[in-house]
Design a protein around this ligand. Sequence first.
Ligand code: ADP
Ligand code: MG
Length: 350
Amino acid sequence: MEYCKHHTIKENPLILGIESSCDETAAAIIRGREILSDEILSSAPTQALYGGVVPEIASREHTIAIDEVVQRALKSAGVGKSELDAVAVTYGAGLLGSLLVGLSFAKSFAYTLGIPLIAVNHIRGHLAAAYLVDRALRPPFVSLLASGGHTAVLFTPTETEFELIGSTLDDAAGEAFDKCARVLSLPYPGGPNIEKLAREGEANIAFPKMCHGGENFRFSYSGLKTAVINYCHTKEQKGEPYNKADVAASFQKAAIDVLVEKTVEAALRKGVDTVTAGGGVIANGYLRDTLSAACRRAGLKLVLPEKRYCTDNAAMIASEGFIQYKVRNFAPLSVNARAAIPLAERRQTE
Ligand SMILES: Nc1ncnc2c1ncn2[C@@H]1O[C@H](COP(=O)(O)OP(=O)(O)O)[C@@H](O)[C@H]1O
Ligand SMILES: [Mg+2]
C-alpha cells in the first residue's frame, strides 16, 4: 500500500531536503521553490588528509553531523518539525554507507511526523537546482549536466521527464578534473584546485578536443586525460621544465569548450529558448563565463545556479522532492539506498 496515501497535496509545501551521498551532510528547507534554509557540514577537510573520500570515514562523519545539520536547517528557517509537509532524501547514487545515514534519518523523521517520504535521485537533484534560481522556470529547456559521475546534455519536456541527447562514452568531466589534478599533484578536491591554478596560466597547449563538432552529442574524457599524462611524463622524462599552470589552463579549456559548444547546439536544434545547468563542474568560473557568453550570442536564456547550488547541497534535493511531491511519487518506508541509479528510474510506488 502506498505510504501516506491520504496526504492532501499542497500548492507550496514545506519540504525538508536531506543529502548524504558523499562527503557533505546537508539539510535544507524550501517552501514551494523558495529556499528558507540551507545547511552543510562537510567532511572534505578530513578527507583531504587521505587524498580523496574514504567511505568509512564519510559514513561516520554523517552519523555525527546529521542531527545537528537538520536542527540547524529547521532553526534558521524558523520552521517547527510539525509544520513540515514532506521529507525528501537522496537514496542514490552514492556511497552506500553514507546514503544509509541520511535515508534512515529521513525515514524515521517522515514516519514519526506521518508525512510523505520522497526518495530522490541525486543527479536529478543537481538538475532541479535550476528551479530554485528562477522560480518562473518552466520546461521545455535543454540542460547541461556536468558532475563527478555524469556528463550529459538533456532535453526536459516536462518537470518529471527528460530525454538524453548525449552523454560521455567514458569518464565524466568532474572525474577528468580530479584525475588531471592528481597528475599535477594538486590536493583534493581536484576541480576547484585546477581552476585556481589555471588562473595563473595560459591555455597554450593544444590538447585534443574530444568528439569535437560534427553531428554528435557524445563526450569522451579518457583521451584528454591520457594526453595530459603523456605531456607531463614526456617533459619529466626529458628533464624539460613545464608550466603546470599552463597545463591546468589548457586542460580546463579543452574539457569545457566542448561542453559549452554542444549544449548550445542542442538547444538550437531542439528549438528551445532556455538552457539550464547543474552539477559540481558548473561551479567552474571558466565554464560559467563561456557558457554565459555562448548563450548570449545564440539568444538563449541561461539559468545558472549559484556555485553553492552546483556542488552537493540539500536545497536541490528538496527541489526535486517538490517535483515528485506534486505527482505523489512517495517512497515506501522499505525503500533502500542504491549505489548506482540510471538517470531515469521508475516511480517509487511501482
Ligand atoms: N570549480 C570547479 N571546477 C571544475 N570542477 C569542479 C569544480 N568544483 C567541483 N568540481 C568537480 O565536481 C565534481 C563533484 O560534483 P558533483 O556534482 O557533486 O558530482 P557527483 O554528484 O556526480 O558525485 C568533482 O569531480 C569536482 O572535481
Ligand atoms: Mg553531487
